[in-house]
Design a protein around this ligand. Sequence first.
Ligand code: SF4
Length: 414
Amino acid sequence: MGQTAWTTTERRPTNQIHVGGVAVGGGAPVTVQSMTTTKTADVDGTLAQIYALAAAGADLVRCTCNEEAAAEGLARIVPRSPVPIIADIHFHHEMALAALEAGVQGLRLNPGNLRKEAEIKQVAGEAKDRGVPIRIGVNAGSLHPDLYKRFGGATPEALVESARMELAYFAEVGFDDVKISVKASSVPLMIESYRLASETFDHPLHLGVTEAGPPPAGLLKGTAGIATLLAEGIGDTIRYSLTADPVEEARAGRQLLEVLGLRERKGLDLIACPSCGRAEIDVIAVANAVQEALGNRNLPIQVAVMGCVVNGPGEAREADLGIAAGRKRGHLFIKGKIVRVVPEDEMVEALLAEAEKLVSEGVEARLAAADAGAEAEAEADRRELLDAKGPDANASETKVELIRKKFGDGHQPR
Ligand code: SF4
């Protein structure tokens, strides 16, 4: 495989398609998808989940269309959904036709179990007439048996060939409004398959590690596969497949794109030091309290919780807002500048209040409102702590001296 020149921000160019009003590929922001777990025939239950998914960061939502009642449900869901709806189709092409009739904005076909050429072409022709894109959703676990035999297993070549064959059927009816996925539950197989797909096709790619299981292992598998490819500039839309509430999938997808700098931050980015011998507070407890209080507030800021004032404000100077602990007091800082010193038991409350003000008033206004003398007070705390604990709280230098003494002058072990 050749080395790609693409990176997280220099994305591999792809064609652009539109799923309803959402652009995928061709330089559009990478989007997040998830899938409902309700019966699609349960219109109100499914809509409630779609709204929850959209609030958690899903740009697109997929619903199964496995029976007539599901297709009827889609006809009622689509007009009330806050995001475009994609119908997931396996085995039965009639379900794809019914979903199109229901007005879905996208289809997903599995070429591994929907195999009849005439039926595939009929669906593609109908999708073309309605301007609805199709995802060719290849899955290593349900690969066409002929390909399995021909390639000696579910190899990257076999997965990509499956997508290529489907594209060829589509081309015969003049349809190319397509995105492609080549998912596997094995992360290395998934990565290699998508790399090959990105070299083979110009179509946008939908990334995912399928059947990843429950968190935290499922999250790790999904992230290992999806983030690796995104960092190579590969991937236009993503889905975590977790054995969990799908809201977790949407949230994880959104957070991954935010931490990679591929989407604007919508919510809190909490950074916290890992704590060490210098910590003046229980960093884990304070960080959890802040996460709980601010996590669902949609405040698009980076907040730092640092265990000590000796290194905290400096190390977190890029954070919009932060708190560092020292001598039973909390030093509240904005962009590294101390704006207030508060008693330790008030520090979380002070941080939360300042977060709200920062979002409504802006950095400049909040810096201007800083307490006079806060910097000097904080510096005095810092100095006192340094004097009390010394610059080497973990006694590393003392230990190094002791080790050196053991070996004596220039003596090296043989
Ligand atoms: S900020 Fe202070 S307590 Fe936290 S890891 Fe750094 S030195 Fe240790």
